[in-house]
Design a protein around this ligand. Sequence first.
Ligand code: PLP
Length: 461
Amino acid sequence: MPSSDLPRFDTAALRAQDAAHHLHPFTDTQSLNASGTRIIVRGAGVRIWDSDGHEIIDGMSGLWCVNLGYGRQDLVDAATRQMQTLPFYNAFFKTTTVPAIELASLLTEIAPPGFQHVFFTNSGSEGNDTIIRLVRRYWDLMGQPRRKTIISRRNAYHGSTLGGASLGGMSGMHAQGDLPIPGIVHIDQPYQLQHGHAGESAEHFGLRAASWLEAKIRELGPENVAAFIGEPVQGAGGVIIPPASYWPEIQRICDHYGILLVSDEVICGFGRLGHWFGCQHPHIGTRPDLITFAKGVTSGYLPLGGVLVGERIAKVLIERGGEFQHGFTYSGHPTCCAVAVANVQAMRREGVIERVAQDLAPYLATAFGTLADHPLVGDVQSLGMVAGLVLYKDKASRTLFDAELGVGYRCRDHCFQNGVVMRAVEERMIIAPPLVMTHEDIDEMVRRIRRSLDDTWAGLR
Ligand code: PLP
C-alpha cells in the first residue's frame, strides 16, 4: 500500500497522549518523551509503516516473533472462528478446549524425540518461571530435594518476571529489585570477543567456555545442582553464536553430573534457526530435558508460551506428583492455541523450515556477510535467520568505541531513518528478520543497513 493510501494519523497528538499515559517496557521514559515515540500503524509481509507513512523493513520480526510476517489472513481467520465459537475456557478443573488439545498434540509431533507433554503459559517469562517450578518439583519427587540450584549465564535473557529475570544474566535487571532470587547462579557467556584469549581458536574457546559449567557444578557440589538453562543462540544478549564445540560439551557435562538441560527456545524455536527447535541445528545438537517456547509459536499474532516437558520429567510428575500447584488463567487459551495451530500448520504446508535451512539462511549469510568490508564492521556472523556484527572504532586492532558515545544507538536510529529495523546491543548490531523474506527483501535490507553504517561512519568523522 503506497503511503498516500494509509489513513491519516495526527502523530504529534498521539505522541503527546503516549507521553502522558504510557509507561513503555525497558524504556527511560524521560528520554523517550524528549525524542517522542515512533508509532507503528500497519504491517504487511516483511514491512511495517509508521504514522507518518514511512515504510520500514522489519529486520527484527517485531520482537523476534513475527516469523510468518504481517497480514496473514489464515491466522486472522483462525482467531475469528475460535472467538465466535468459544473465545475462552479454562483448563483447570478437569476441562479443556479443542484448540488446546490440538496444539499440545501438534507440538509433540514437531518436537525432538522424547517430548510427549506440554504445559501452556502466556509468555516466555512465564514459561521460564514454570521451568523453575517443574525442575524443583521433579527433584523433590526424585527424593533429592537438595538439588535446587539452577545454573545460567551472564548476559542471558530469560524474561522479565522475578524468576525469568533471575534466570537471565542481565546485570541492569539484577540491579533493580535485588535479583537474582536465591538458588540461581551464573557463569560467563561463550562470547569470544569478551572472554577469548589472544590467538585462541574458536573450538578451544568453546570447550573452555563449557568448562566453566563443570567448574561451577564442582564448586556447588553436584548433589545441589538441579539444571542448566541456556538459549541455543543468545538473542537479546546480542546474537551471541557460540562455537560449535560449546553445546556438545555442555551436554556431556549435564549428562555426566545427571543435571537437567533446559533449552530456552523462545527465540530459536519455530524455524528461526532452520529447524523447529534450535537444539536440532547441528551447530547446537543438544538433547534437552525441557524446552521453553513462546513468540514464534503464534508468529506473535497472539500471546502464547509454554514448556515442552521431556518424558524423564513428565513420567515422574504424572505418576508420583499428584496435583502440580501451578498455572495461569490463560494456560491453553483457546483463541491463542487456535492461532498457534494455524501458524504451525501454515509453516508445515509452506515448507518454511526447509526453505530457511536450504535457501534463506545461506542467502542471508552471504548477503549480510558482504557488510564485512565496511570500515566500521567486524565479526559478521549468522546462524539460520539471526545475524550480528560488531561496530569497531578500529578494526585492525579490534578496538571498540567508548560506550558513552552510543555508536550502536546512533546506527540504530540511522537504520530507522533509512527504512530498516536493526537492534543495537552495546557494540553489536543484530537482526532476526521474518522467515518469509524473498531474496530481494534481503538484498534491500542489506542495502539499507549499509547506507545506515555509512551515515553512522560519516557522523563520527
Ligand atoms: N526467553 C528468551 C530467550 C527471550 O528472548 C525472551 C524474550 O525476548 C523471553 C524468554 C521472555 O519472553 P516474554 O517476553 O514472552 O515473556
